[in-house]
Design a protein around this ligand. Sequence first.
Ligand SMILES: [Fe+2]
Length: 243
Amino acid sequence: MTQAADADAFVDSLVGELTRHPVNSNRFFQTFLSQRLTKSQLQEWLGQYHYFCKQFVKVLEGLLSRTPVDELEMRVQLVKTLHSELGSGRSEHAHIRLLERFATAAGLNETDLQRISPLPEVAEYLAVLHRLFIEADYLTALGAELAVEVTAAAEFRYFYPGLLRYDQFSADDLVFFELHLEAEDDHGLWLADAVRKTAQSSADLNRVATGAQTAVQAWQSFWEGIYRGVFSELNPPAIPWNN
Ligand SMILES: [Fe+2]
């Protein structure tokens, strides 16, 4: 087998590992789909999730600025991902704006969202990504971003069908979730392509894998934190949706 074929097999196997990782069917996702959340539970989840989504794009901009000038293939795939996140040139279509459209429907306005302080696990996931993207070497960073994008596909297979069952939300309110059933798959493919074209040796590929594994572990903790925050006794089901 050629070296390129070896690298392809390594990337396929890493993407397969990320796709099969237990975080993709964690207990928060399963509970979200199997139970009807109260208004306060839904708002708690959404506030934390919005905080993460908003800050994440800025951290990704940091990774782009840290990518070496000669790594053109990696820079191209990162720009495509950022361009997509920021609405493909139309700010009103920026993904964070679409999520804020849903937030309005769920009873959280701009001021409410600005007041959110992150749960420790949410802050920690952003801190881990910041460290991997900005302080680690660019191959570790690339692996971390591959993991972010590949594992970001699963949540929408729970959130979108889960939210469709709430009468309060129109199709327009749910555009963010509907769109991401497809968008994140593209991002994962772009990043896998970036790895194939950037990692040149087995040492490079090992750094990619280390970044991916560190990121996916922090993503698992993120959802454990959200589960605790949303379903703990401190957040009782006080306000039924229809009242
Ligand atoms: Fe997005």
